[in-house]
Design a protein around this ligand. Structure first.
Ligand SMILES: [Zn+2]
Length: 255
């Protein structure tokens, strides 16, 4: 089975000791490619170092809403410079997080908007993080618009109605480990309703492991558990589903 992880943080300390051996197993695990995601300027630079080192790792650069109150003045210029590297295939993760509110709401909104405008200028797809802020995020995305390259709402955690609204804007829905949690009926309904057409797979590793590994570290190869879950929900063959989901990810990131 071929798989893609469109949202990983393999440069985080949880992978410090074994990232090389994980990458060595990419081929045997059927991993086509991984998009490794940065969360602030310095962290994005570290993500890019990793991507330049390994052929199957690509990079997304951006400011996570948690970091929005701590950005320097020149973060947009720095992101623009970094984006010139051919290994950078997306901007993000960017967005709004009103669940934790680690940064002021006003800062989150401003930093999200400025990155969205930069993504349009560079025509790079966006990786969007939304937590308990679907209303505001939708408003901003409708107002500013998406880059032609589109984007993904990563670790989608709202209901079917919201999923359809974001799909209509031209976004993919990022589905990962939480789909396998027994209580997550809402997300299974989302998958049932939108089908594979508008889904991309992800892990958000080291976070959000599938049910089988709860409490442990997540990793890109565990995308296969997500695909198995999708195939059970849609009653379709897992290898056909994985084929389609790889295609979606390639289309999104222009790979
Ligand atoms: Zn993430």
């Amino acid at each position: 089975m071929k798989i893609v992880d469109t949202h990983a943080h393999l440069h985080f300390r949880q992978f410090k000791d074994d990232v090389e051996s994980l990458v060595k197993k990419f081929d045997s695990h059927g991993i086509e490619f991984v998009v490794n995601v940065g969360i602030d300027v310095i962290d994005s630079a570290e993500s890019l170092v990793l991507a330049r080192k390994f052929q199957k790792i690509y990079c997304s650069i951006g400011i996570h809403p948690h970091e929005a109150s701590r950005v320097g003045r020149d973060y947009i210029e720095k992101l623009r410079e970094m984006a010139a590297d051919p290994k950078v295939v997306a901007l993000g993760e960017m967005g709004l997080d009103y669940f934790r509110n680690f940064s002021e709401k006003a800062d989150q909104i401003e930093v999200f908007k400025r990155q969205l405008i930069l993504a349009k200028e560079l025509d790079l797809p966006v990786i969007i993080h939304i937590r308990e802020a679907y209303e505001d995020a939708y408003e901003i995305l409708s107002e500013i618009g998406l880059p032609n390259a589109g984007g993904v709402v990563h670790a989608f955690s709202a209901d079917t109605q919201w999923a359809l609204k974001f799909v209509e804007l031209g976004l993919f829905i990022g589905i990962g480990g939480p789909l396998t949690y027994p209580k997550n009926v809402v997300l299974r309904n989302v998958v049932q309703a939108i089908g594979t057409e508008n889904i991309v797979t992800e892990t958000d590793c080291p976070y959000l492991p599938p049910q089988q590994f709860r409490g442990k570290r997540n990793e890109p190869s565990y995308v296969r558990f997500v695909i198995n879950e999708i195939s059970q929900i849609l009653k379709e063959d897992p290898s056909e589903i994985s084929e389609k989901l790889v295609q979606n990810a390639k289309e999104l990131f222009g790979l």
